[in-house]
Design a protein around this ligand. Structure first.
Ligand SMILES: [Zn+2]
Length: 373
């Protein structure tokens, strides 16, 4: 059976409640923190306490996170634990047990990646679990061992990446190891010791994504999850290709979250992000030349996921507005092309993008009509 995100979140809070941790339930992604546009980690919830050196109960944290640089994981659910570093032994042990017992990842598939200078973490790992660890001297694309927390904060983090060996992926070649770029070895989450040198205090911060935890069973494609798969099939059945459908659904999820948080499209901060997501979706749908798709896609979403219901009118209205603008821009671009047909194609592409918002993946036929690749 495929386990869904909500199920793991519930098991996570129950698990940590039973161990007498405090619980911080999921909260808004909007923040006052000037260094962040959105909450995009669990630690963001307790940064102020750590900055001023407050004592912190061992706390399990659930937080939906928004990252604007990804498609599949634009919205994802992060689970975390924050505590004083004096609790490090217990917190590490409880976390590894959670990964094994609730995450269903066998101990034999786990390993750690630790900075070569972090002897204390290496000792902690060896005390907790009889599994190998590998060392690095700096962060890599795959594993993080050092953290910074933004300009306004005095503390920094040293820590380890917990990772697993995927059961269904054989070595991609003879030298395939934890370092390899393939998906056999995947980072699962981080255990970080936060040092605040100003007040000479240390904290623990654990963070891991639910989707990544579930990928051990479900595969790394986010659209393998049951609810996402249904959405995907629904949108594909409207005539969209799979890649476009995935792209649109990821962005739609981000749009819904922002609308739900009361953001309106605009030219500043969060409003600008919302506006750019809407534009991306409009351009993607427009190339199918079927304006009914806007309604049809939103209908699929409401049918598969009733939580869209409250926001769908706003979303449709925004999409329609930007679609109308986009059509006007395309018409203006066509007129521009007619009178400037002598211009070099690189320069033309640039002007079309810059002045009319026509995307680069558009091609112009010999008679200067605009089509899509
Ligand atoms: Zn490999």
């Amino acid at each position: 059976m495929i386990i869904e995100v909500e199920e793991i979140v519930l098991k996570f809070t129950n698990y940590y409640k039973s161990l007498n941790y405090s619980i911080l339930d999921d909260d808004s992604i909007i923040t006052d923190d000037p260094t962040l546009l959105f909450i995009n980690s669990t630690i963001a919830r307790v940064k102020e306490e750590i900055q001023v050196g407050e004592n912190l109960d061992s706390t399990a944290i659930v937080q939906q996170c928004f990252r604007n640089n990804m498609t599949d994981y634009m919205m994802f659910t992060m689970l975390g634990v924050a505590s004083l570093a004096t609790e490090a032994n217990r917190v590490m042990k409880d976390w590894i047990n959670f990964i094994k017992e609730v995450g269903n990842i066998p101990e034999d598939n786990l390993f750690a990646v630790i900075h070569s200078q972090d002897g204390m973490l290496i000792d902690l790992w060896k005390k907790t679990i009889s599994r190998p660890y590998y060392t690095l001297d700096q962060n890599t694309d795959k594993y993080t061992v050092r953290w910074k927390y933004g300009e306004c904060y005095d503390f920094y983090g040293v820590g380890m990446s917990l990772a697993y060996i995927h059961p269904n992926r054989p070595k991609c070649n003879d030298s395939c190891d934890f370092f390899c770029d393939c998906d056999r070895h995947l980072a699962l989450g981080n255990f970080i010791i936060i040092n605040n040198p100003i007040i000479n205090k240390q904290y623990i911060d654990i963070g891991f994504g639910v989707e990544r935890l579930l990928s051990y069973k479900n595969g790394i494609d986010y659209f393998n999850f049951e609810s996402n798969k249904k959405n995907l099939l629904g949108v594909i059945s409207l005539g969209l290709n799979k890649e476009d459908a995935k792209y649109i659904l990821s962005f739609m999820k981000g749009i819904k979250k922002l609308v739900e948080e009361g953001i309106v499209p605009g030219n500043k901060k969060q409003g600008y992000i919302l506006k750019s997501l809407i534009k991306k979706i409009v351009i993607n749908i427009a190339k199918y030349n079927k304006s009914s798709l806007f309604d049809d896609i939103t209908k699929v979403l409401v049918m598969q996921d009733p939580s869209y219901k409250l926001y769908i009118n706003d979303i449709q209205c925004y999409l329609q507005k930007y679609y109308n603008n986009y059509k006007k821009n395309i018409d203006s671009a066509k007129k521009f092309l007619k009178v400037n047909s002598g211009m070099g194609s690189t320069e033309l592409m640039y002007i079309l993008q810059d002045r009319f918002g026509v995307p680069y993946n558009i091609v112009m036929d010999a008679d200067n009509t605009i089509t899509y690749k």
